[in-house]
Design a protein around this ligand. Sequence first.
Ligand code: NAD
Length: 248
Amino acid sequence: MMLEGKVAVVTGGTRGIGFEIVRKYLANGAKVVLFGSRQETVDKAISKLAEENAGWEVDGMCPKLTDAGEVEKAIAAVKEKFGRIDILVNNAGISQSTPLYNYTAEEFDKCIDLNVRALFYAILPVAKIMKEQGGGCILNTSSMVSISGQPAGVGYPTSKFAVNGMTISLARELAKDNIRVNAVAPGVTKTDMVASLPPEVVARISAQIPLGRPGEPEEVANAFLYLASDLASYVTGEILSVDGASRA
Ligand code: NAD
C-alpha cells in the first residue's frame, strides 16, 4: 500500500474531492484526520467511510479554518493523538463567479480568507511538526484557473494564483527540512461546487474540455495519492494539472 503507516490531515474532507482523497488515502494504508466545517457533516462522512471498511482509521474535527488559533489547536491535537503528521492536504475552498461590478469587498475577502490565508494557518504548525520529525509532504489544491484565469469572480482565480505562489515558494524554502510541497490543479470536476453553478455555465465549460467531459473526484484524488507517496520522492514545487487539457 502506497501510504502504509502515514498520518494525513485533509481539510474539507467531508465531500467532493476532499472526501475522495480521504478514501484513497485510507485504502492505501494511511490514518486520516479529516477537517470539516460542521460536526454533523464530519460525523456523516466518518460513518460512510466506516460502513465501507470498519478497519480504516479515520477521525474528524471541525476547527474554523480561517482562525489561526483554532487550526493550531486542532493540529496539536492530531499530533498528540497520532504522534506525527506526514501529509497535509489543504483542500477546503470556495469558488466565486460574481461579475466585477457586482462584487463586494466582503465577498472577495471571504474567498482569500479560506483559499489562501487558511492554507498558511495550517501549513505553519504542520511544517514545524514535519521539520522536527525529519520530513513530510504538503499538498495544496489549486485550479486550472490559476493558469488560464477566469472571466468572472476574480477573487477565485486570484486566490488560486496565490496558492501556486505559496506552493512553489515553500517548496524551495522547506526542501532543506525534507518537506515536499506540491499542488494539484483540477479542471471542472463533478462535485457540489460544480453542481452549484448554472447548468448552462457547466455545459459551456464542458464543451471546451479537450477530453470531452468533466473529471471525476476520484481522478483528482489519484494525483493527490501519487504526490503524497514515495513515488513522488523527487517531486516538489510542482503544480500538477488534472484537467483533461482544459487549461490551454
Ligand atoms: P465542494 O464544495 O464539494 O467541497 C469543498 C469542501 O470545502 C467541503 O468539504 C466543504 O465543507 C469545505 N469548505 C467550504 N467552505 C469551508 C469553510 N468555510 N470552512 C471549512 N471548510 C469549508 O468542492 P470541491 O469541488 O470538492 O472543491 C475542493 C477543492 O478543489 C477546492 O479548493 C476547489 O477550489 C478545488 N477545485 C475544484 C474544482 C471543481 O471543478 N470541483 C476545480 C478546480 C479546483
